[in-house]
Design a protein around this ligand. Sequence first.
Ligand code: ZN
Length: 279
Amino acid sequence: MQYFIIPTGRVWVYPAGAFGLVPKSLWEKYQTENSRNLIPMDLNSLLVIDEGKPILIDTGLGAKLSQKETSNWNLEYPEGSMLDNLKKHGYEPDDIEIVINTHLHSDHCGGNTLRSDDGLIPQFPNADYFVQRIEWADLMNPSSRTKHTYNKDNIQAVWEAGRLNFLHGDAQITENVRVKVMPGHSRAHQIVIIEGKDHPVIFLADLASYAVNFTREAWVPAYDLEPQENIKSKTAIKVYSYQTGALLVFQHDTRVRSGYLIKNEKGKWDIDVVQKGSK
Ligand SMILES: [Zn+2]
């Protein structure tokens, strides 16, 4: 079992997205605004090699955005693109056997597809893609609040190619990789749990965008559709993480990429950082 964090890009966003009603005097210890009052948000995927099988969890915004969309997201590639970083570990798109989307917001599944002369096609032509059926339903029938976060271009071509597999709740994907539905951020948002040799590895996705959203579970992002549900989900996973000594992967945090949940000397939840981010 091997796993590698795969940077796919970085965007700059309004701090209220991640920190909601938390006052700036509190969150600015964890993130620094730029001159346009935006904070950085990484878009990291996780590459898992389970018994030789390459599995990619989430695919970032992808490479098919228009210039306008790229500038709206303030998207940049300080560490290269998703494909550059897969290549660094020796993998080409054709090698990927499984793609798991934690949910279908564009910053998690934009790289599922690419534009070719024949229109949109799967970026990973030999992969089976796995998503929750409810996420697909919400993407196809968005509400006025969610319609800008869901885009059929990211997934319809996968379905048309016969590569999309629907999940109906918690599921075992491979021998050592399973998904668990943790709603709140979206209706069927799922985390991915990898059974490691000594402890589980948990890809939290938007259960907690930044590490501090996890340690302080009441720091609720304005992005969450059902904040109280997300707090419940986080509380359950905090207990599980602490008891199992799980390694946590924070997909969007630019400072803390992975670490263990601990209690610090003041008795407060904290993260013992394993892999730092680059910002
Ligand atoms: Zn996200």
